[in-house]
Design a binder for this molecule. Sequence first.
Ligand code: UDP
Length: 252
Amino acid sequence: MSRRKKIYEGKAKILYEGPEPGTLVQYFKDDATAFNAAKKDVIEGKGVLNNRLSEHFMKGLTAIGVPNHFIKRLNMREQLIHKVDIIPLEVIVRNVAAGSLSKMLGIEEGTPLPRPIVEFCYKDDSLGDPLVSEEHILAFQWASQQDLDDMVSMALRVNDFMSGLMFGVGIQLVDFKIEIGRQFDGDFSRLILADEISPDSCRLWDVETGRKLDKDVFRRDLGDLADAYTEVADRLGLMPKNPRSDGPKLVN
Ligand code: UDP
């Protein structure tokens, strides 16, 4: 595995050259970082959970026609993906005030928003991924007006899909971040959803109790992060059943 060519290493994932042109292998690490990597730890099992969760969300999005980079899961920590040129923007969708929005505008965390809000942050760790407007994006040519329209409509479709999926298992989708990339096919190119969708990049609150089931558990020292992610996977029916936990069985 280590003989493969490493293309890029980020905070939570590594990208390797894929087996076919136009493909990559995305490896999910156990590393957790917050506050622009000022807080770091290794959470055993996080990579396995995020690989499985991201697979589940991407497959569902494919099924409803949201194009994305996922091809197939290869093993516990790796998935085969389409290679894209990432647009240097984080696209954030919010349904409920939390995190940086609450801080910036003094809105109490948990306040429902009158409509989903889509924000863009310029992807640059040295600047702390600053919030930018469409004017900045167009002026500095990070994306075109058509790209922006496509990104907003994709983000809102992801929001509707993920909100419904989560609500079905008693979880509120408070906000999330996605990344979008340009996939080339000869002279043709299109924008597709890339990166990952996992509890690392979403805020997920239990509908009944408000308990956090996402990376805020790590950011704010609220408990065991792997337990929280396991609970999300379990509610979605993704955890293998332990045959010994089904109670006693009659043996003939
Ligand atoms: N987010 C992310 N990566 C980032 C910044 C934000 O995945 O670099 C996610 C975060 O987990 C949350 C949403 O985007 O679900 C909104 O984050 P926010 O702007 O409130 O920033 P934070 O409070 O996390 O600094």
